[in-house]
Design a binder for this molecule. Sequence first.
Ligand code: CAA
Length: 289
Amino acid sequence: MKVDDIKTIGVCGAGTMGAGIVQLAAQSGFNVKVIDVQEAFIQRGMSIITKNLGRLLSKERISQADHDAIMGRISASTDATVMADADFVIEAILEEVEAKKALFAQLEAVCRPDVVFATNTSSISVTQLAGVSARPDRIVGMHFFNPVPVMKLVEIIPALQTKAEAVDLTIELTKKLGRTPVPCKDTPSFIVNRILVPMIIDAVRVYDSGVATAADIDTAMKLGANLPMGPLELADFVGLDIVYHIGNMLFEYTKEARFNPPDLLRNMVQAGWLGRKTGKGFYDYAERT
Ligand code: CAA
């Protein structure tokens, strides 16, 4: 299959990442089929997209006709058989091997044999996921960044079993989505998270040792290192549970102490202070929501 043969992209999972991928694909001119396991999850994902496109419309970045055409290209369902129409599938469901294995089995039953299944996993080995699929040579890591409509990078991760043509197709598709593909070996956290997460973890240590307030650490890093967000603000944005999970995974893999999440991060996760999504992390979001 050539990239120009891809007309319809299937997206599995309508969470924050899935919704972002749906929006990006529809804005790039593709028809998009999105599935999730519950109608409520689909509603939530569609409301993220509606809000984002509404913002682009009000800023006159897109016309009303563009807006309507983008929305018209998206169809959502809780029925996985709609994926029969997909020429390329991107999964962004929960980070559990068993859940992804069950999804692959559903997709394998309905999708054409030449369809590539890309996974947006950030914390599971792509090779392991290929191993639980019946078409391991067509599983490719395609790791987007949050917020997907804004972030230009996609890490491309072949599993050990992936055929070169599936990787090439994923790279070409990434370019058609207006994103920059960066190939990367299948290693824990790939490139960005492997570098970004220890920086966030270090910022938590700096905060915990009383060097400065959270706001001052973030201001210092924004103005002194020219980051769009300070590391603690970014931790709240990504989710403290995600940072904690990735830190633990990297520590297990490398045994390097710098990846080991500090007690404060673990305690905050255990307290349910996960950042923006729960209204509290290093900052309080209750008033802003
Ligand atoms: N969805 C869509 N668009 C969004 C958005 C969202 N959630 N948030 C902001 N935007 C858009 C805005 O509409 C705005 O668009 P225009 O320029 O067209 O007007 C643009 O982004 C800038 O937004 P703002 O002016 O509101 O705010 P900002 O300048 O502070 O930018 C930001 C917001 C883009 C999120 C910026 O702060 C940023 O880049 N932060 C760092 C994000 C980052 O590092 N992400 C990677 C996290 S790690 C990861 O994702 C991998 C993983 O596996 C965990």
